[in-house]
Design a protein around this ligand. Structure first.
Ligand SMILES: *Cc1c(COP(=O)(O)O)cnc(C)c1O
Length: 434
């Protein structure tokens, strides 16, 4: 099939009617309920309760006139987008159902899904930046995101300035002012909680600073919401325009797939979709199907992991071999606690454990764990532990590691959905051996 023209598509080819039962008896249904059926009509698939996996590269038009009509929509010749499915680099039924369900959690107009968290971020950045632009971002960011912005986009004449995650409004404003003086600011990019420090960004303060400094052409605020979203943090409610996910983590939740997502207003999602149509960073049908299954248990899994983390952190905090525990649930006062109370409804289940000692103690602890696995990543059903200074952040320069609190005695832990007392027993025996 020729699909040259459709590279310019900004529209979702959409065959299914935008669904279904969203309220019952005047009561608006909650995301946990909608994850079971929203966006899928069994009558379109032989009555199958679950959506089949649509393994096809292309879709048959009803007749030539319909094909023309779809392409008018795909190419933007006619407003409103294509009425049908066209070609699997643009979209497919599994991806569309997934996108409808993903947008529910943040009450967003639209969502897009991608082949990885990084391909979501790369597609977003390619959509908005031009040579001479200055990206303003919070720091630290996920290491690959920092590389993409500083080293890769840097090769194409894009500069960046950053402010520390916990910055106050006036600090954010002064960084934005400096950036404005250097060039056009195409977007403000945030990550909260930041990886691996768990530092929170004040999204409301960023939005206020942006609104005070930019008139009609406000750069969109995009935020990586992987760590607490979509259950505990809904940044679109606090002034962000786009919320980004590594769906590999909590949304996928079983450490068995890699995917990404972006949710937000249609006006911003449309140009990102156009870029995705062109470069082909869409998630595949099989992964989309797996994510549909994952989303059915998202609230169950994140709630249980959150309760487990609270239990385990309580235990770890009072252990004599532990120096401190960097867990959002322990924020009591100060600026971070204030941001936490305004922006988050739960502490999540990924935290930092600082042992007394250094690398030797951290390694002894990691090697002694019997339930928790020694692996990077987070958000799965199983508990994982790693040493950022020696692993994910090995290449970060020493001074920057020190400034970010990425010390040799730091162990990062992502708590799963196991029995909490079993987990506490595992940490207890591993600490005993240190
Ligand atoms: C894992 C992760 C990413 C990258 O996602 P992939 O799915 O691995 O491409 C981006 N941001 C954060 C915060 C992450 O934890």
């Amino acid at each position: 099939m020729q699909e040259d023209e459709s590279d310019l598509s900004g529209a979702t080819p959409r065959r299914r009617p935008k669904p279904d039962v969203l309220e019952v008896g005047g009561r608006r249904l909650k995301p946990a309920t909608l994850m079971m059926g929203h966006g899928f009509d069994p009558a379109l698939s032989e009555g199958s309760l679950k959506p089949p996996i649509f393994l096809t590269s292309t879709f048959v038009f009803e007749n030539a006139a319909a094909g023309k009509r779809h392409f008018e929509g795909v190419t933007g010749k006619r407003p409103g987008g294509a009425e049908g499915l066209v070609y699997s680099r643009f979209n497919g039924p599994n991806q569309e159902i997934l996108e409808d369900r993903l947008s529910i959690w943040e009450d967003a107009e639209e969502a897009l899904t991608f082949s990885s968290g990084m391909s979501a971020i790369a597609t977003l950045l390619l959509t908005f930046v031009q040579p001479g632009d200055v990206i303003v971002h919070s720091g630290p960011l996920y290491a690959a995101t920092e590389t993409l912005i500083a080293r890769i986009l840097g090769r194409f004449g894009v500069a960046w300035l950053d402010f520390p995650a916990g910055a106050e409004r006036h600090e954010i404003e002064s960084v934005l002012e400096r950036a404005k003086a250097m060039g056009r600011v195409p977007l403000i990019y945030l990550e909260s909680p930041a990886n691996p420090t768990n530092a929170l960004v004040d999204v409301e303060a960023v939005a206020a600073a942006r609104d005070a400094l930019f008139g009609d052409h406000k750069p969109p605020i995009a935020i990586d919401n992987t760590f607490l979203g979509p259950l505990w943090s809904k940044p679109l409610d606090h002034g962000a325009d786009l919320s980004i996910y590594s769906l590999t983590k909590y949304a996928g939740g079983h450490s068995d797939l890699v995917a990404g997502g972006v949710v937000g207003a249609k006006a911003l999602i449309d140009p990102i979709r156009m870029m995705r149509n062109t470069i082909g960073t869409i998630t595949d049908p099989n992964t989309a199907w797996m994510l549909l299954r994952s989303l059915e248990t998202l609230e169950l899994r994140m709630s249980r992991a959150g309760e487990n983390a609270a239990r385990v952190c309580d235990f770890l905090r009072q252990h004599p071999k532990v120096e401190s525990v960097g867990y959002l649930g322990f924020l009591a006062d100060g600026r971070q606690a204030d941001i936490y109370r305004r922006h988050c409804t739960g502490a999540g289940s990924t935290f930092s454990l600082y042992l007394k000692g250094g690398e030797r103690e951290a390694f002894a602890f990691l090697d002694a764990l019997k339930i928790a696995h020694l692996a990077v990543s987070l958000g799965g059903t199983e508990t994982l532990a790693s040493a950022p200074a020696a692993m994910t952040h090995l290449s970060v320069p020493d001074e920057r590691k020190q400034a970010l609190g990425i010390t040799d005695n730091l162990v990062r832990i992502s708590i799963g959905v196991e029995d909490p007392d079993d987990l506490a027993a595992d940490f207890d025996q591993a600490l005993a051996g240190v």
